[in-house]
Design a protein around this ligand. Structure first.
Ligand code: GAL
Length: 676
C-alpha cells in the first residue's frame, strides 16, 4: 500500500499514518495532576484496559509555561516518552482554553466580557476574549512551542486545538472586529441598511461603528443572524491562527482538529472545519438514558462536517457531573455507545477521563479508575470494548459508513428559527431529529450534509427546515432534482435569505416555481390537526396551508380542521421533475405519521435497508471502503433478538450466537463484496 502523505489522502482514516492502528481507544490523561512515580502504573493499567491512545495537555498551559516566556516541557517530554514506551499513540491539545493566572493578571484586556458588560475573572476556563489580538499571540506562541518540540515526535499522531470553543466576548476589541466584519460583508452601510430593513423602528445607521454588538434581545433579526456569522468568522480565525502556525511544524500525516459539542449553536461548524483535517467531538448523555437514534444523529452531524472519519475525542466512562441527575449508563451501554460511534464513522473512542483529579471542578465525574487509583466497576466493560475494537482495527481501516439518504442541516436556518420560533414548542433540532428517526431506522444509513454539499450520491435528500436559503443554494437543490434526485423540504423552508429577510415569494421562496406550489399561510398550533390522504395522521405545533399552482402537483395529504383555516387545504404535495421529484411537507408530523411518510419517501427513491425486517431495537450500520464491507449490529434492547444476516456474512466478533444478538449486545460481521 502506498504511504499516505496527509490525512486527506485517506478519507476513511483519521490519520495519514498507514502504520498505526486505524482505530484509537484511550482516555484523557493528565500526568500533570499526579506524581511522576505514578505514571508507570497508570500506563500499565491503560494497557490492561486495551487502550492504545492518550490525549494530553489541553489544559496544561500553567505547567508548560509557568511564567511568561519561560517554557517547561521536561515533564511532558517524559510523559510522552512513557506513553511511547507502552506503545501508545498520543494526541496533544493546545492549551488556549485555560489561560494561566500570570497571563490574565498581566493582560486583563484578554479577559472575556459578557453581553452585559461584565468582565470574567480567573479560576474557571474559557475566560478569554476570542477577538483579543494579544490572546491570540500568546496562544499561538505556546502552540508553536509545542509543535516545534513534538511536531515530528514518532508517538504523536494528531493535534487538538483549544477545547470546545465558545462563548463569544463583547469587549472593545470584539466590537471593533464586529464593525470590520460587517464592513467586509456589506461593503457600504447603505447595503447593510437595505438588507436589514433598518428604516424599521428608526434603526437606520449612518456608519458601521454605530451598530451595536448583540446576540440576544430585541434586536433586528438581520443583526442577530449576522452576529452568528461574526462568531463563526471569529472562531474560525481563532483556530486558524494556531493551525496555520502549527501546520508547517508537524508531520504531514498528523491531523489537526478541534473538539466540538454536537448541536452547539455558537458558530457554523461546516465553516469552522473547512481548514481542519478531521472533525472530533465530545459525546455525553447526562441523564444516562440514551436515545440511540438521536445520539446517532449527533454522530452523523459531526461526520458531516468533513464527510470523512472523525474522532470521538471524549465520552463518559459511565456518568457525567453536570446534568441535573447524573445517572450512569446501564451495564453494557458504555460499550454499546462506543460501538455506536464507530458504526457512524468514528475512528477513535476516548474516555473522559482516566482518573478523577484529587480536587478541581470535576471530582464527581465518571472515570475508568477511582480516586484510589484502582479500576472502577466500569473498567472490565471498557476493556472488553477496547480489545474488540483494536482487534477489528485492520478490518475497519479505510471504511466509512454507507448511506443512501442525505439530510441537510443548515446553521443559518437553525439560528433563524431559534430567533423567531413563532411557537415556543418549535425546536429545530427536534424537528430535524423527528425526520431523521424513521429515515435512519428504515434505511439504516443517513449522512448529514451542508446545504452546499455534493448531493449526487444520494437518491433521497431531505431538508427538514431550510428556512434560510440563498439563491445559490436554491439553484444547487434545483439542479439535484433536475438531475434525477428526490428532494423533500420540510415546513418553514425557503422563507428567509441569509440576512434573515423575507424572500419576496411565499415559501418555499426560490423553490416555489420548481414545486409548482406555495405556502398560502402558516399556522402555529396549540392542538393537533388531522391529515388524511396517502399519508394519514396528525400535524402538531406547526401547519401550513399549501396552494398548488401547477396542474401536475399531487396532493399526498390534506388537513381535516372543521371550521378552521386549514380544513381541506393540502398539507403535503409532490411533483415529478423528470426522473426526480420535489416534495413539500407543510407540517410537523407525529412520530407514526412521520414513519409512514418515511416509508413512502424511501420507496419512491428505491432505497432498501441493509437488513430488512430487523427488530427496531437494532441499530444496523455498514462501513465500506478499501474493498471491504463491515456490518455492525447493535442490539440496544433489553432482550436478545434474532437477526437475518445477508448471505455470506462472516461473524468477526461480539455477541452473536444461535442466530441472535444478545441484549445490549454488539456484533461485527464481514460482508462479501456483493452481499447487498
Ligand atoms: C467537556 C470538556 C472536558 C470535561 C468534560 C466533562 O466539555 O472538554 O474537559 O470537562 O466536558 O463532561
Amino acid at each position: 500500500m502506498a504511504l499516505a502523505q496527509t490525512p486527506a489522502d485517506f478519507p476513511g482514516r483519521a490519520t495519514g499514518y498507514a502504520d498505526v492502528p486505524a482505530i484509537a481507544v484511550g482516555a484523557a490523561w493528565y500526568p500533570e495532576h499526579w506524581p511522576e512515580s505514578r505514571w508507570e502504573t497508570d500506563l500499565k493499567l491503560m494497557k490492561a484496559t486495551g487502550f492504545n491512545t492518550v490525549r494530553l495537555a489541553e489544559f496544561a498551559w500553567s505547567r508548560m509555561e509557568p511564567e511568561e516566556g519561560k517554557f517547561d516541557f521536561a515533564w511532558l517530554d517524559r510523559a510522552i516518552a512513557a506513553a511511547q514506551r507502552h506503545g501508545f499513540m498520543v494526541v496533544l491539545g493546545t492549551p488556549s482554553a485555560a489561560p494561566p493566572a500570570w497571563l490574565t493578571q498581566k493582560y486583563p484586556d484578554t479577559l472575556r466580557v459578557d453581553e452585559n458588560g461584565r468582565r470574567a475573572g480567573h479560576g474557571g476556563r474559557r475566560h478569554f476574549s476570542f477577538a483579543s489580538k494579544r490572546y491570540r499571540e500568546l496562544s499561538r506562541r505556546i502552540a508553536v512551542e509545542m509543535t516545534k518540540r513534538y511536531g515530528h515526535h514518532p508517538a504523536v499522531v494528531g493535534w487538538q486545538i483549544d477545547n470546545e470553543v465558545g462563548p463569544a466576548s463583547f469587549d472593545a476589541e470584539s466590537v471593533a472586529a464586529w464593525h470590520a466584519f460587517l464592513k467586509a460583508r456589506y461593503g457600504t452601510i447603505d447595503e447593510l441598511n437595505r438588507r436589514w430593513t433598518t428604516q424599521y423602528w428608526s434603526q437606520f445607521y449612518n456608519d458601521f461603528d454605530q451598530v451595536p454588538l448583540h446576540q440576544t434581545g430585541q434586536q433586528n433579526p438581520g443583526l442577530l443572524l449576522d452576529f452568528r456569522h461574526f462568531t463563526t468568522a471569529t472562531w474560525t480565525d481563532f483556530i486558524q491562527n494556531q493551525a496555520s502556525a502549527m501546520r508547517p511544524l508537524i508531520d504531514s500525516r498528523s491531523f489537526i482538529t478541534t473538539n466540538t459539542m454536537y448541536w452547539n449553536a455558537g458558530f457554523d461548524h461546516f465553516v469552522l472545519h473547512r481548514d481542519l483535517d478531521i472533525a472530533s467531538w465530545d459525546n455525553y448523555i447526562p441523564n444516562g438514558r440514551p436515545d440511540w437514534v438521536s445520539n446517532g444523529a449527533n454522530h452523523d452531524l459531526v461526520r458531516g462536517y468533513k464527510q470523512r472519519s472523525f474522532w470521538l475525542m471524549e465520552t463518559q466512562a459511565g456518568h457525567v457531573d453536570w446534568g441535573t441527575i447524573n445517572r450512569a449508563l446501564d451495564p453494557g451501554q458504555v460499550r454499546e455507545m462506543g460501538w455506536q460511534a464507530v458504526a457512524h464513522g468514528a475512528d477513535a473512542v476516548l474516555y473522559w477521563q482516566w482518573r478523577p483529579a484529587a480536587n478541581g471542578q470535576e471530582t464527581y465525574y465518571g472515570t475508568v479508575l477511582g480516586q484510589d487509583g484502582k479500576p472502577n466497576l466500569i473498567q472490565p466493560e471498557i476493556a472488553k470494548m477496547s480489545t474488540e475494537m483494536t482487534g477489528a482495527a485492520a478490518l475497519l481501516a479505510d471504511t466509512q459508513p454507507t448511506a443512501q439518504v442525505g439530510m441537510i442541516y443548515s446553521f443559518d436556518s437553525r439560528w433563524a428559527l431559534d430567533l423567531q420560533p413563532h411557537n415556543k414548542e418549535y425546536d429545530p433540532i427536534k424537528a430535524f431529529t423527528d425526520f431523521y428517526r424513521p429515515l435512519r431506522v428504515q434505511s439504516q444509513g443517513v449522512h448529514v450534509l451542508a446545504p452546499d454539499a455534493d448531493f449526487s450520491a444520494y437518491p433521497l435528500v431531505v431538508a427538514p427546515h431550510i428556512n434560510v436559503i440563498t439563491a445559490a443554494q436554491a439553484k444547487h437543490l434545483e439542479a439535484y432534482v433536475r438531475g434525477g434526485g428526490h428532494l423533500v423540504l420540510g415546513a418553514r423552508s425557503g422563507m428567509k435569505d441569509d440576512a434573515n429577510a423575507l424572500w419576496p415569494e411565499r415559501q418555499p421562496g426560490p423553490l416555489a416555481a420548481l414545486l409548482g406550489a406555495r405556502v398560502a399561510q402558516y399556522y402555529a398550533l396549540d392542538e393537533d390537526v388531522g391529515i388524511t390522504g396517502t399519508i394519514n395522521g396528525k400535524a402538531s405545533l406547526w401547519a401550513e396551508a399549501i396552494e398548488p399552482s401547477a396542474r401536475d402537483v399531487r396532493t399526498l395529504a390534506t388537513y381535516r380542521d372543521a371550521g378552521g383555516w386549514l380544513d381541506g387545504k393540502p398539507a403535503i404535495v409532490t411533483r415529478k421533475v423528470g426522473r426526480g421529484s420535489i416534495t413539500y411537507v407543510g407540517a410537523l408530523l407525529d412520530p407514526e405519521t412521520m414513519a409512514s411518510l418515511a416509508t413512502s419517501l424511501l420507496a419512491d427513491a428505491k432505497i432498501t435497508p441493509i437488513i430488512a425486517g430487523a427488530h427496531p431495537d437494532f441499530e444496523i450500520a455498514e462501513r465500506a471502503g478499501g474493498g471491504k464491507r463491515v456490518l455492525i449490529a447493535i442490539n440496544h434492547g433489553d432482550v436478545a433478538h434474532p437477526l437475518a444476516l445477508p448471505a455470506g456474512a462472516r461473524p468477526v466478533s461480539g455477541d452473536w450466537a444461535n442466530g441472535s444478538v444478545a441484549a445490549h449486545g454488539v456484533a461485527l460481521f464481514e460482508l462479501a463484496a456483493k452481499a447487498r
